[in-house]
Write a protein that binds this ligand. Structure first.
Ligand code: V0V
Ligand code: CO
Length: 150
């Protein structure tokens, strides 16, 4: 069952200046950064609310590490903006199968590694009224990196 909005993915040309905008304008702090080579992104997760138990929601800022990556191609065509919406679920395997059974193209045969040890898959935007949709199961709380000291 999809129970919440896990994150909004926002494509940007420069991660550091975009992080600075979110900090200076809204006071959101970076909780975690990583490079995901498979997905071709350098990303920053800004925690909007909640705790580290998988109940938080996030802004995921995405800078491409390769021009031919999904985010690189999308930026070249559209410029900066909202790239995807991610729904949280306790069971991404079951929910992606359920969605696949309804005729929606699920892009991966098996969920792949996402931010902070999560497991993720994507639904084709053309089957979702123009929205690239991600399904995500957060890592167990003990696997989530601790919040940075302030
Ligand atoms: C492409 N299209 C989109 C879109 N990307 N529509 C809405 N939102 C997007 N983000 C449209 C595009 O305008 C085209 O429509 C059509 O889909 C085909 O696009 P394309 O430019 O030819 O690109 P493709 O087909 O090579 O790739 C599109 C897909 C690709 C969706 C298949 O972006 C993909 O595999 N995405 C999933 C992986 C991903 O996005 N990773 C980065 C985030 P027209 O022009 O034909 O009408 S990684 C992440 O979120 C992580 C790690 C995490 O959360 O933990
Ligand atoms: Co995402």
């Amino acid at each position: 069952m999809l129970t919440r909005i896990d994150h909004i993915g926002i494509a940007c040309f420069d991660l550091d200046t975009t992080v600075a905008f979110y900090r200076d304008t809204y006071g959101f702090e970076v909780f975690h950064t990583e490079i995901n080579e498979e997905q071709g992104v350098r990303e920053a997760m800004l925690r909007i609310n909640g705790t580290s138990d998988g109940g938080a929601s996030w802004i995921q800022l995405l800078e491409p590490v390769r021009e031919d990556s999904a985010v690189g191609k999308w930026l070249a065509k559209n410029g900066e903006g909202v790239h995807h919406v991610a729904f949280g679920t306790a069971d991404v395997d079951a929910d992606s199968e359920a969605v696949r059974d309804k005729g929606v193209r699920v892009l991966y045969e098996e969920p792949r590694r996402g931010s902070m040890g999560s497991r993720i898959t994507f639904l084709h935007p053309k089957d979702c009224h123009g929205v690239l949709t991600e399904l995500v199961t957060a890592a167990p709380a003990e696997d989530v990196p601790a919040a940075p000291e302030h």
